[in-house]
Design a protein. Sequence first.
Lengths: 503, 116
Amino acid sequence: MDAFLLGASQVLSLTTLLMMLLGAIAGIIAAAIPGFTVTMAIVLTLPLTFTMDPLQGISVMLSVYVGGYTGGLISAALLGIPGTPSSVATTFDAFPMSRNGEPGRALSLGVWASFFGTIISTAVLIVAAPPLAIFAVRLGPWEYFSLIVFALTIVASLVGHSLQRGLIAALIGLVIATIGTDPIMGRPRFDMGLELLAAGLPFLVVLIGIFAISQLASEVEDSGAIKTGERLVTSEIDFRTWSVMREVLMRPVNLIRSSLIGVGIGALPGAGGSIANLVAYDQARRSSKTPEKFGTGIADGVVASEAGNSATAGGGLIPLIALGIPGSAVDAILMASLMVHGISVGPRLILDNADLVYGMFLAMAVSSLMMLAVCLVSMRVFLRVAEVPKWAVVPLVLVCCVVGSFALNNRVTDLYLLAAVGLLGYALKALDYPLAPLVLGVILGPIAETNLRRALMTDNDWTLFLTRPISLLLLVAAVLSVGWAIWTVIKSRKHATNLKDSS
Amino acid sequence: MLVHGSLILLLIGSIIGSLTRIPAKAYGQFASDVVAWGKAKRLVFVVFAGLVLYVAIMPVIGYTFSTFLFLVTLLVTLAPKTRTAFLMAVALALIFSFGLNWLFAEVFNVFLPRGN
């Protein structure tokens, strides 16, 4: 109890709260700009925390983290560009919703869903951290590979109306992921002798190129409208905060399931928000009574994706606090911040520094409240962005994307790759190929390959994928998921022929 | 190999499928269709041409000037031809080239390309 009060007193001091507020604002803005990511925002905050007390520093970084997972939805809803990799699935329903005239509702849904997602994940963190962590660590490369196979079946639900094009897009994504260096041995492959490709295509460059540049380019397709100063969203902007909150709470099953998916995936070291939002979206779609409405601007989609990605914040802390293993890149930086202050992070963290750990829990809860308050208050400011005419938005966001891609690795060659990938992305979009499977392939390809090879290097026994219980469970889930997708396609074809027969 | 092989198979299948489905007279109209499409989407070409030039020039003349040129050209091309729009375009170009460069260098210690 003393430890809790000690931690609480440090977190709830005025200076800390003030800096957490600034951190939340910084996180939201950083995530809202396509090209800037949560990871970059946290990396930039790290040096600023060196002069603070450890708990203060961690609290500020946690508020940037929480704000960052929410900010991505702003550009996802208003621009159709995921601001961070963890907002990809949010784009699917938030953007159509804004274009249908309800941008305020899309933003409010996302913010409330993020808030509840973070709260649920903090609750799980407090209650179930040690057993979950021990479970997460027992998973080996076999389970990771089967998880990725399961995640790849999500492609089936992202293909829209043409399975063939969706599969081609996903395979293109996997091929893009193979360019560069081999993840295990570091040998170069598929680089065509070009030094440009020697390091591979960085994931962020591909994401921005495929989604952002193609989206921006397609905004200028209607030259007549642009030259007369068309705005991004040409309708009344109105958001009803409390009714949206009730809307979110009226979907408790979706909310809780998506948050638990987010916590689970966040707890796995190496998997994070970018996967969680897609899996949560897919699961919500499968359990919904109206799966065909997903992708047209349905509230369930936004809620699922945002709750899922925000819950990875709490989930990522689980292995960090219980075992000293970071759940994602951001958690690794949090660990670095603690280590800079001389705190050894490991299984004994909660025993030796109980006040720190309780303080972190409290900081998570406070950050989510701050994020909610900041977003609700400044929603009108964000919606002003939608009133900027397209002729100004497109070039400026292009510049931001270019800056973001450069700042990632400080390489000018990344910019050449960005332009090339952007061209490819626009071409695919214009030819009606779904882009989401491509990004999924690029995200999941390296993880799948690394784990498959690691599994086979550890034990050259293919049956282990089926005899290890969790791996078997995941592979069965993958087969069921593909079966469900095929069954829906057959059902809709039968429905279509029934309609044709009866008319 | 699995990935590349299945991609090649799917692509060949899709090419054959679309070739069989194109109506015969469409081949004749192809050239004029392409020209019409190009004219309709000309701003997209402008944007991409601008982007490619921008990215190619940046290592040579540095972030600030290349961004300024890129923004001025693109903003003025896309904007309505009024005086206020033009002035705003120049102002925005200045803010986002010099301003962003300053922000990143001074506040974040991230140095954007300087050119040679």
